[in-house]
Design a protein around this ligand. Sequence first.
Ligand code: PMP
Ligand code: GLU
Length: 410
Amino acid sequence: MSAGLTLSSRLKGVLESSTLKMNALARELAAKGKKVINLTAGEPDFPVLEPVKDEAIAAIRADFSKYTQVSGIPELRKGISAKFKRDNGLEYAQDAVLVSCGAKQSIFNFLLAAVSPGDEVIILAPYWVSYPEMVKLAGGVPVILDAPQSAGFKITPVQLQKALTRKTKVLVLNSPSNPTGAVYTREEQAALARVLEEAARSGGPGVWVVSDEIYEKLVYGVEFASFASLSEDAFRRTLTVNGFSKAYAMTGWRLGYAAGPRDLIAAMTLVQGQSTSGAASIVQKAAVKALEIPDNELAPMVEAFRRRRDRMSEIFSRCNKCSFVEPQGAFYLFLNVERFAGRTYNKDGKPEVLRGSEDLAFYLLDRSQVVTVAGAGFGADGYLRISFAMSDADVEEGANRIVKALDSLG
Ligand code: PMP
Ligand code: GLU
């Protein structure tokens, strides 16, 4: 950079999104004609449903093209409010809902609105790559709690209790989880909720909960429970986040939403009103339609993910030195590959040491043309995140190639 021109200290230590980076790399290689199998993507390979597309086209034709309310068009907030009641038994009035450009923006709005410099935000590792980085951008301090594979990638109430300090401001939850596929039961979540309620009652910190429920519809044989529905206390302290990217395969349309206490939503709306304003008018119209789609029309997509999850689990159970917990939700398998750390392989005639998950991801790309995401960015360097949100053929072929390449390391 030229002399005298500097960037903000706010960016110090903030990492690039490894999921977006690896997905971009896979696409770049494909565009160059390379036959890679892309198992990075955090997006369904399904098309947007026809009625949703039709509604967007109709909105364009009707010139529904002006700025909308910052918080979202009333009919969409009404639809979201109805969704919460129908699916989660939650009573959020329209003014307790904020529509944003993706759930990512919902979470970022929240952090800017709620976190002061030095506030601690508890994040459970393995975590979605963006949580700690967004906390840092907001001036907060990420406090990482380990949710080990041996515990099904979940934390215990005792762990949570021990992590609370006077500075704790927020707990971020994500069930079903990206990247592990872990789903907390209602009882497990209720036990965490009681820790927070008890802490506040006995003079401890008041802790907000962000419950990122974007994979709500993608569960396989287990029940999904919304954190805010657990108790009155949980309802008061929780921001419930959801969106259209996963359940409706609308990742590129950029639409998400959050609901919570009115004062909090008003503060988040202030942040959004001075940064990006309302989400795209046309997309909001289409989303009203998406929310009207009954769950049974989404069932074929969920069923396909379940089938691919089963197939991928079957293939990886044949991998000698790997292990994993079968995902109960979302569309990722988090593969334990720590036993390959320190191995060497032959790259262009020279020995190359595999130091960690990043090296291993590049080894798989080099050796078998399969792109995955290293666990390092998720706070778990002994792992690879392998998406099964792609065609059955890619899941089958990609997983087989990975097992073969790993086994060949001996
Ligand atoms: N939360 C989690 C756990 C995610 O995996 C993602 C990735 N899409 C998001 C939030 C953000 O979703 P979007 O911004 O596309 O709504
Ligand atoms: N959330 C998805 C993923 O984890 C999309 C990419 C991103 O926003 O990080 O792959």
